[in-house]
Design a protein around this ligand. Structure first.
Ligand code: B12
Ligand code: SF4
Length: 456
């Protein structure tokens, strides 16, 4: 069969397809390609920077769907189906609300598909595709062996960082996060040796672990970090603050080449953290103390904040930004709290009648990226969106970028760190106004398409 994988774009920036200047390889398809028998020809189309080859002779089109790209994914799926091509949709948004995607696909794939993908291909080949397939991550222990096929990225321009994954899911269940609902509170991981062998063979010296929380199983993470030490790579990843309360874990992280971490501080208000079910953030000490400990280790931080919880006010948002600036984080994200369907937060907002845009904001014509999709308690939705945008602008002003660069413990601790800092901060600064208020989906404004698809 000829199988086309699609990574859909999010939408339009001032009426033209949004072009992310910092696209990363869609790891999802390297995983699925690895489970694809050789007799099938596979091709990847990254809709974020290339036209969709509608005219190719495809037997099956498989698209991944997350909430911001759902509208675009459905547009592409509808068009292929109108041409008589079978379409399968998978990914986090499909797993969370399969009924919606089912209206745009011949089949939906829910959960972890590693163990089911071959069956899906066999069924599609035999013309007996079922409406739904589901895979569950193992309850404990190890994820089945994965052999990534990065050749599907050949000829495409991605950031020079190798994406990989050690674990899936998370040990926590923060109210707003979809991870708990996707992985049903399971957090298995791959064999640390398998991951180390993959990275050694790959040869890239900069690696991004896409794990939701690489220290979800700290014992497993310690084994992984020991395996990574001889590889002499630099890696970045996402971790809960738990790591900073465990000196052995932190030491192994540093020795294994951890250069930077995305960490969800979310809020400085204990009442907000309690509402999020994220009090564990304070287990290792107060934020000032913990940030100092991390700075002493040299790890650069991408601090993530969530604006809009029930105790949030204009003043508390200003204080959050002041505090973030005082810590000279390498990067910071000031995200607007967003109700993702399938999460306890979405259900609470629905029960309290606080959802905006008829509850399905990701498909609503008036919704824009960065807007608040629910009614916050102490602030208006419009003001929350505005303050979130201003927070990002302030943190990324030229003056603040230069000022933050002077942290000798982290951002300026060596040439590589400073280079990374100055490579990405201006890039994110430029992206801010382009991304904010972007419309989701292309809404009939399809750019030109290829005549034929190119197999890999
Ligand atoms: C890495 C990552 C990113 C990277 C993207 C890297 C890239 N390649 O472009 C970065 C940091 C840039 C990013 C950005 C954002 N992300 Co992100 N990201 C992730 C993360 C952590 C891992 C994704 C991944 O690679 N997983 C590894 C692969 C192997 O797993 P997988 O994609 O789930 O695929 C498996 C199955 O789902 C299934 N499958 C998936 N697709 C398909 C398709 C078919 C046809 C089939 C058969 C099967 C199938 O098969 C795979 C193997 O089992 C996920 C969290 C998560 N746990 O998924 C969030 C996640 C996808 N991101 C999310 C969000 C919200 C965002 C942002 C909007 C954040 C923001 N506010 O700006 C942005 C913008 C996204 C965009 N459209 O551009 C949300 C989506 C929520 C939702 N309900 O849809 C997630 C789920 C995080 C979360 N917990 O809420 N992200
Ligand atoms: S710690 Fe992070 S990944 Fe885990 S449930 Fe909370 S927000 Fe989600």
């Amino acid at each position: 069969m000829r199988v086309l994988f699609i990574k859909p774009n999010m939408g339009l920036d001032h009426g033209r397809p949004y072009r992310d200047r910092a696209c990363m390889e869609p790891l999802t398809f390297a995983v699925l390609a690895g489970f694809t028998p050789e007799r099938h020809e596979i091709c990847l189309c990254d809709d974020r920077f290339e036209p969709v080859p509608y005219a190719g002779a495809w037997d099956l089109v498989g698209s991944t769907v997350e909430i911001y790209s759902a509208r675009r994914a459905y547009e592409i799926a509808d068009r292929f189906r109108a041409l008589g091509v079978k379409v399968i949709l998978g990914g986090p948004h499909v797993t969370l609300i399969p009924g919606e995607a089912a209206g745009h696909a011949d089949a939906v794939a829910l959960g972890d598909i590693d163990g089911v993908w071959r069956t899906i291909l066999d069924d599609a080949e035999a013309g007996r595709l079922k409406p739904s397939y589901e895979g569950l991550p193992p309850e404990g222990g190890e994820i089945r062996p994965i052999s990534l096929r990065r050749d599907i990225f050949k000829g495409k321009t991605y950031l020079p960082v190798a994406l990989t994954q050690f674990s899936r899911g998370c040990a926590y269940s923060c109210e707003y996060c979809s991870t708990g609902s996707i992985y049903r509170a399971r957090f298995p991981h791959r064999s640390p040796k398998e991951v180390a062998c993959e990275l050694a063979a790959n040869g890239r010296k900069l690696v991004f672990f896409v794990d939701d929380n690489i220290v979800a199983d700290s014992d497993g993470a310690k084994v992984l970090f020991r395996e990574l030490i001889p590889l002499k790579i630099r890696w970045i990843g996402q971790a809960s603050l738990k790591f900073a309360a465990d000196p052995e874990l932190m030491d192994l992280m540093v020795r294994s080449g951890c250069a930077g971490l995305v960490v969800g501080f979310e809020s400085r208000d204990p009442a907000n953290l309690a509402a999020m079910n994220k009090q564990f953030n304070l287990a290792g000490g107060d934020y000032d103390e913990v940030v100092e400990r991390i700075r002493d280790s040299g790890i650069m931080l991408w601090a993530a904040f969530l604006l809009g919880y029930d105790h949030e006010t204009e003043a508390s948002i200003r204080e959050t930004v002041d505090w973030a600036l005082s810590k000279k984080f390498a990067f910071a994200a000031f995200n607007i709290l967003t109700p993702y369907p399938g999460t306890p937060f979405y259900e609470r907002m629905k029960a309290e009648g606080r959802l905006l845009y008829d509850g399905r904001w990701w498909l609503h014509d008036d919704y824009r990226f960065g807007f608040a999709a629910f009614r916050p308690r102490l602030i208006s939705p419009e003001r929350l969106a505005e303050l979130g945008f201003q927070a990002r602008l302030r943190h990324n002003s030229v003056f603040q970028i230069l000022r933050r660069a002077t942290d000798l413990k982290t951002n300026a601790k060596d040439f590589w760190s400073l280079l990374t800092y100055f490579a990405y901060n201006p890039l994110f600064r430029r992206e801010l106004p382009r991304k904010f208020a972007m419309t989701l989906g292309y809404r009939g404004q399809e750019p030109g398409s290829f005549e034929t698809g190119k197999g890999t």
